[in-house]
Design a protein around this ligand. Structure first.
Ligand SMILES: Nc1ncnc2c1ncn2[C@@H]1O[C@H](COP(=O)(O)OP(=O)(O)OP(=O)(O)O)[C@@H](O)[C@H]1O
Length: 370
């Protein structure tokens, strides 16, 4: 977008000299408070709204050079509440675009069924009508329909705002998975900064009057907000959230205070380390059960229920989870120690809050966390 301005006839400036380079094959999120011009910006990309000034270029060419129908066919469009055709079944909703593009009915339906699978919808829903689906399922159909013509660009306007947080998380994960598989260029509008940070490779923060406040990858946004407006918009816990961009591979784990449930009294006694009176007890397969305090350890092998043990909260998966997850585990753990597991859920070590704090201080020294 090259110095794009949109003024509506009543004089409202919805977007003000916006210049934005949206990279290919990644997710760019437009975020900002209500009325800051996000939807207007998105709609100028598929010419549902025409700019008053400035140019929108696609692959270097002014989008006004191509016929508007061809432009729209190259861009999938997903909106809140999905906007499905109420009198068409799910499969026919999705097959609409391939049909318009000349596919025969069978091929279009086959494609629709493939897409249902891709967006995590059971084929049993194919014959239902939109009103027979939950909000989250309707959104999945909306995404499938937008993908049906295999467009290189996907425009998404608050697509997940109307569903509850759990369904929303599922839809976000699905979008990230689809993006990793298909490499579409996605432009995503939301007013939710957490959604922006989770989904965006690049995040454009807009402020009232459609002016660009900051355009940066999410980690940079969190570490170096451009001004007070961006800082306020990011919220108070931006330091903690920034930790989600740091891995746990470099955390120093220790296995010394870990014993299996059938350990002998001597092993229970020997497992302790000076820093903590607790030992972590695992089942025979190595999965964590809970922490044993000094009294339980003194009484030797465990034969009772887990009630004797202190809960370990939740473990974090080394390599996959972030420093934020590790810190959260440690904070939730009554012993102050976080439990690290591998992909199979087996305990691979424990780490004290202090060690996590040291890792955070290390990130500060390296200049990556501010
Ligand atoms: N057709 C229109 N005529 C006049 N003003 C409009 C029109 N459409 C939008 N606006 C105004 O332009 C500004 C930007 O609107 P837009 O819908 O792009 O914002 P948004 O950031 O998407 O908001 P929200 O998050 O609330 O959906 C607002 O002040 C809005 O009232």
């Amino acid at each position: 977008m090259d110095a794009v301005t949109k003024r509506y006839p009543d004089g409202t400036t919805a977007v003000d000299r916006l210049t934005l380079e949206i990279p290919d094959g990644s997710i760019t999120v437009l975020v900002g408070p209500s009325g800051c011009g996000k939807t207007t910006t998105l709609r100028m990309i598929n010419r549902m709204v025409e700019p008053t000034e400035g140019r929108v270029l696609l692959d270097g060419r002014d989008i006004r050079e191509a016929p508007v129908n061809a432009l729209r066919r190259s861009m999938g469009y997903v909106i809140q509440h999905a906007g499905l055709f109420p009198h068409r079944t799910v499969v026919d909703n999705i097959a609409t675009v391939p049909r318009l593009n000349g596919a025969d009915k069978r091929a279009a339906r086959r494609r629709a069924l493939e897409l249902m699978e891709r967006v995590g919808l059971d084929a049993a829903f194919a014959k239902r009508y939109p009103y027979q689906l939950s909000g989250g399922q309707q959104q999945r159909v909306g995404v499938a329909r937008a993908l049906a013509a295999d467009p290189p660009v996907l425009l998404m306007d608050e697509p997940f705002s109307a569903v509850d947080p759990i369904v929303r998380k599922g839809l976000q994960d699905e979008l990230l998975r689809i993006q990793a598989d298909l490499g579409k260029t996605v432009v995503f509008v939301t007013h939710d900064i957490d959604e922006a940070i989770k989904l965006g490779d690049m995040v454009a923060v807009l402020r009232e009057g459609g002016r660009l406040a900051q355009y940066a990858p999410p980690a940079q946004l969190l570490s170096a907000p451009a001004d007070e407006f961006v800082e306020d918009f990011l919220g108070v816990d931006r330091g903690i959230r920034h930790l989600s961009f740091f891995g746990t591979d470099t955390l120093e784990l220790t296995t010394e205070p870990i014993v299996t449930e059938d350990a002998t009294a001597e092993q229970f006694g020997a497992a302790a380390v000076p820093e903590t009176p607790y030992v972590l007890v695992t089942d025979a397969a190595g999965r964590p059960r809970g922490w044993a305090d000094a009294a339980v350890r003194a009484s030797g092998p465990l034969d009772g229920p887990d009630g004797e043990l202190l809960p370990y909260g939740h473990a974090f998966t080394v390599g996959r989870d972030s420093l934020r997850a590790a810190l959260d585990s440690a904070v939730l753990s009554p012993t102050g120690w976080a439990v690290a597991v591998d992909e199979e859920g087996r305990a691979v070590g424990v780490v004290a809050q202090e060690s996590i704090a040291a890792a955070i201080r290390g990130a500060h020294r390296a200049g990556v966390l501010r």
